[in-house]
Ligand binder design. Structure first.
Ligand code: TMP
Length: 234
């Protein structure tokens, strides 16, 4: 294969240039981190599973009218994506209390929220991705007001679509994280959507089918990701 220029390497993925200035290759690694990389490990075959799961979900969202950076799957670990300017904000949507929200508000894990919530975190590893609000986004010029409105609209629509999608696979969508980018002046969904970036609980048993198995040392991590992949692609 020809030598490709690496333009970015994150904790779970690598981005390479292509001959087309508008397109990048997104490579999925097996590396797993938690708590801002304080905990490190690998999940065998994770890159392959997340590439496939993410591809399916992007295809589904595109079919429902959400613009994404996804172009096509290239091989087991790589997808072709549009080259976006990433907006340095993580957008977290929640349906059920878990993780950091339980800590923040003293809630019992599993509490059904009366309505979905949306949080923003500033993507800045050295600050541990602190939670921010729209005033901070405006004050730091992280995104334009009109782009924030678009992001909110997409985030709640994606929640509705993904809740229904996973429900049909007997999986409850507890919460998830999204990243958006700008491509030719428009906001589009970027990054990945996978068990790394969602909390997914099996309907009925409540079994965790996501990265919390790694974060909390619950075991059977590969099996959980495999289970999600099997259901998403069946
Ligand atoms: P949290 O409860 O730890 O804030 O996580 C909320 C959701 O966001 C959960 O589905 C995991 C996902 N997430 C990421 O994808 N990346 C991150 O760095 C963090 C902290 C959470």
């Amino acid at each position: 294969m020809e030598k490709r220029k690496k333009i970015y390497e994150g904790k779970a993925k690598i981005l390479y240039e292509t001959d087309n200035p508008d397109l990048l290759i997104q490579y999925f690694k097996d590396d797993a981190t938690a708590f801002n990389a304080a905990k490190k490990g690998t999940i065998n075959q994770k890159g392959i599973m997340n590439n496939k799961i993410s591809s399916k979900i992007f295809e589904y969202l595109e079919s429902k009218g959400i613009p994404t950076h996804y172009e096509k799957m290239l091989n087991e670990r790589e997808m072709l994506v549009k080259r976006v300017q990433i907006i340095p904000i993580e957008v977290i949507v929640r349906n059920i209390a878990a993780g950091s929200l339980c800590k923040l508000l003293g809630l019992e894990e599993g509490l059904k929220l009366a309505c979905p919530t949306l949080e923003y975190c500033y993507k800045e590893d050295k600050l541990n991705d602190p939670m921010i609000n729209e005033y901070h986004i405006r004050a730091l010029k992280l995104a334009k007001d009109e782009d924030i409105e678009t992001i909110k609209k997409y985030a709640f629509k994606i929640n509705d679509l993904m809740k229904e999608f996973f429900k049909s696979l007997s999986i409850d969508l507890i919460d998830f994280k999204l990243e958006f980018g700008k491509f030719k002046g428009k906001v589009i969904l970027a990054d990945e959507i996978s068990p790394d970036t969602c909390r997914l609980w099996e309907v009925g048993t409540g079994k965790k089918l996501d990265k919390d198995r790694f974060r909390r040392d619950l075991g059977n991590i590969e099996e959980a990701y495999q289970e999600v992949l099997a259901r998403v692609t069946r």
